[in-house]
Structures are given as structure tokens and as C-alpha cells.
Design a binder for this molecule. Structure first.
Ligand code: NAP
Length: 245
């Protein structure tokens, strides 16, 4: 089956920035598929959007589970015949920010963080690429972080200079590299690939100390998901401003 309506899949959309991104895309008339590793929590989130008149559906989707990825891609193919927007939003951070843990972080934390924040993004994107190629205007948004910026981490005057957490930061640096490489491969296809820094946002991951609420925190993902044909690709942005790699 194929649909004229735009279809977006957002990973990790049962809460936080992912759920708010789904809400804002849904308000624009886009069908939103909420990826959630716990289907019941995904369905509760989708119900909350449906009450606002949004066409929302939950998909059981643990991004580190190969069977889930395959089943989700088959489901989207069967029900919609294409995918217009993929937002790789699911992410984890299990270290304290500013912990200065480069010599002490465990190998397990490094591997687990990269599994979710980097390797899964490649597996998920590869599974959905054939469906994105069926869209008139495929958009891939990799949800990164300013903490992945090597330029800013190396600059003593930058606001993140003291906020180092090796596993999380380097997983987002690697994700940014993927953005640039994939955008290059897809240059002639019309599919745009960008990295988003949402801002420091009040969520379970961002904590209550964060200055931004989720409404503003979702704006960068939404902007990059709905770029027009003249919009950028291979970029790293926060609220329309480029961030140093
Ligand atoms: P959050 O509220 O903790 O939400 C994270 C989401 O990712 C949850 O839905 C979580 O699901 C999901 N997730 C984690 N591992 C998953 C897996 N294996 N499979 C599927 N879903 C998984 O955090 P958030 O702040 O909204 O973060 C969203 C993205 O923004 C992340 O990539 C994060 O790195 C990035 N970011 C956040 C901030 C910030 O200040 N908040 C700043 C920069 C970048 P469960 O509920 O099942 O755990």
C-alpha cells in the first residue's frame, strides 16, 4: 500500500524529545510512527497524540534488536509503502556529565553507549533506506549533541569545555561522522541527512537542571525533518544555526 500523506518514524518516541517531535510533526499533518522498545508505553504515547487529532501509531522498536528493526521495516513497507522521514532519536547517556572519566569509564559503558547511539543508527537507517528512496523527499535526522563537537571540546573558552563524558561524547562524534558520510553517498538521491543538537533539554536524560523545555527542544528535529528541496544536507544544526563539528 502507498499513501500520499507524509510518514515519519521517530525512534525512542515514547517520551522526551522524541514524543514532542512526533507531536509537532503530527500537527503538520504528517503520519507519525512512534518507535518504542516497550510497546505498551509507545501505545500510551500514541493515544495521547491521537487525542490532539494526530495520526499516530506505536511500533515495537528496540533499536538494538535486529529482529525488531526488520519487523518494523516490513510493517512500514506493508502499511505505507514508503518512509518520508526517519528520526534517529533514541539515545542513552549513563555517565555523569563533567565526570572527566576518559581513563576510568568502563569498557562496558563505552560499548553499550556506542551500541545504542551509533551502531543501531546505522542498522536502522540501512533497514529503512529502501523505503526512504521511495519518498519524493526523504529526510534523515540523526539526533546528536553539542557534546559530540570536537572543535568545542578542544576549545578552552567553549561552554562545553568542562562537560566531558567520554562514552556519550564520542558516540555522538561518531554519529556526526556517519551523517557526513551517508549524506555524501546519498547526494544525488534527494535524501537529506543532517545531525541535530536539540539544546540542553529537561527530560530524563537532560535532567531538571536543563534550561529548555521539550517544546523548544524538539524544534531542531522538526526543522531538519521538514527541510525543503533547497535545504542543507551533511550539516550539524541547533535551531537553524550551524554547530562546529
Ligand atoms: P529521554 O527522555 O531519556 O528519552 C530517550 C528515549 O530513547 C526514550 O524513549 C528511550 O526509551 C529511548 N531509547 C533508549 N534506548 C533505546 C533502545 N535501545 N531502543 C529504543 N528506544 C531507546 O532523552 P531525550 O533527552 O528525549 O533524548 C532524545 C535524544 O536527544 C537522545 O539521542 C539524546 O542523546 C539527545 N540529546 C538530548 C539532550 C538533552 O538535553 N535532553 C541534549 C542533546 C542531545 P525508554 O523510555 O524505553 O528508555
Amino acid at each position: 500500500m502507498s499513501t500520499d500523506k507524509k510518514v515519519a518514524l521517530i525512534s525512542g518516541a515514547n517520551k522526551g524529545i522524541g514524543l514532542e517531535t512526533a507531536r509537532q510533526l503530527g500537527k503538520k499533518g504528517i503520519t507519525v510512527l512512534l518507535g518504542a522498545r516497550d510497546l505498551a508505553r509507545g501505545e500510551a504515547a500514541a493515544e495521547s497524540l491521537k487525542k490532539d487529532g494526530i495520526d499516530a501509531k506505536a511500533i515495537k522498536f528496540d533499536v538494538v534488536n535486529t529482529a525488531d528493526i526488520k519487523a518494523a521495516a516490513e510493517k512500514v513497507e506493508k502499511e505505507y509503502g514508503k518512509l518520508d522521514i526517519l528520526i534517529n532519536n533514541a539515545g542513552v547517556m549513563t555517565e555523569p556529565i563533567g565526570g572527566n572519566n576518559s581513563s576510568t569509564v568502563s569498557e562496558q559503558v563505552l560499548r553499550d553507549t556506542f551500541e545504542t547511539n551509533f551502531f543501531s543508527v546505522i542498522a536502522v537507517t540501512n533497514a529503512f533506506l529502501p523505503l526512504l528512496k521511495k519518498s519524493d523527499a526523504g529526510r534523515i535526522v540523526n539526533v546528536s549533541s553539542i557534546l559530540g563537537s570536537l572543535t568545542l571540546h578542544a576549545n578552552e573558552g567553549s561552554p562545553i569545555y568542562g562537560a566531558k563524558a567520554l562514552a556519550y561524547d564520542s558516540s555522538k562524534t561518531a554519529l556526526n561522522s556517519y551523517t557526513v558520510h551517508l549524506a555524501h553517498e546519498l547526494k544525488e538521491t534527494g535524501i537529506k541527512v543532517n545531525s541535530a543538537h536539540p539544546g540542553w533539554v529537561k527530560t530524563d536524560l537532560g535532567t531538571d537542571a536543563a534550561p529548555m523545555d521539550v517544546v523548544d527542544g524538539a524544534k531542531t528535529e522538526v526543522e531538519l525533518a521538514t527541510l525543503g528541496p533547497d535545504g542543507p544536507t551533511a550539516g550539524f544544526f541547533h535551531l537553524g544555526e550551524a554547530i562546529s563539528w
